[in-house]
Design a protein around this ligand. Structure first.
Ligand code: CTP
Ligand code: ZN
Length: 155
């Protein structure tokens, strides 16, 4: 079925479609992926469009680039219900829902300057997920709370 939304964001031949992004967060997803439009990548984004599911959603389509697992893990922090579709020759070659693990290791650092994970010792930052959406992380070492905006500042 051709939905109205597909008239605005047409199908791509090869690349990645990040679908079911929390409405309003497409630009943050692009930021997390380091896409600012200056490298010539062909990118389309739709914001606050109708979704088959309950709520509205954002969508990002990146042509000729397949997202890597590390990138998918970062997206899960701000869009825990996103779906990553890898497109090859117009077909959905793989589809997976991002996963937000109960413990986050090594992706972001603790904002507390005196946290042991910020000292010179080789301590990998670690957080437990207090709340999924909007994300709230608790530092395993010092208890410092990181909210969504704090997380986004690191990308
Ligand atoms: N898509 C695309 N280009 C293609 C194939 C798919 O841009 N060549 C997009 C679709 O527009 C959709 C997403 O990739 O946003 C997933 O495609 P598909 O699995 O066909 O859609 P749905 O069944 O609606 O996906 P879901 O069940 O995950 O909502
Ligand atoms: Zn800490």
């Amino acid at each position: 079925m051709q939905t109205r939304q597909e008239l605005y964001v047409r199908k791509i031949k090869d690349g990645s479609v990040i679908d079911h992004i929390t409405p309003g967060f497409a630009l943050d997803v692009l930021k997390i992926l380091g896409i600012n439009g200056k490298d010539g990548e062909v990118v389309t984004a739709a914001m606050n469009v109708e979704s088959k599911r309950q709520h509205n959603k954002d969508i990002v389509k990146i042509q000729n680039r397949e997202l890597k697992p590390g990138e998918v893990d970062k997206i899960a922090l701000i869009a825990p219900n996103a779906t990553i579709n890898i497109i090859r020759n117009y077909d959905v070659a793989s589809k997976k829902v991002v996963e937000l693990p109960a413990v986050i290791r090594g992706i972001i650092k603790c904002d507390n300057p005196s946290c042991i994970s910020n000292s010179r010792e080789p301590v990998e930052p670690q957080f437990t997920v207090d709340q999924r959406e909007p994300i709230r992380l608790r530092c395993y070492f010092c208890g410092h709370i990181m909210e969504r905006e704090d997380v986004l500042k690191q990308f």
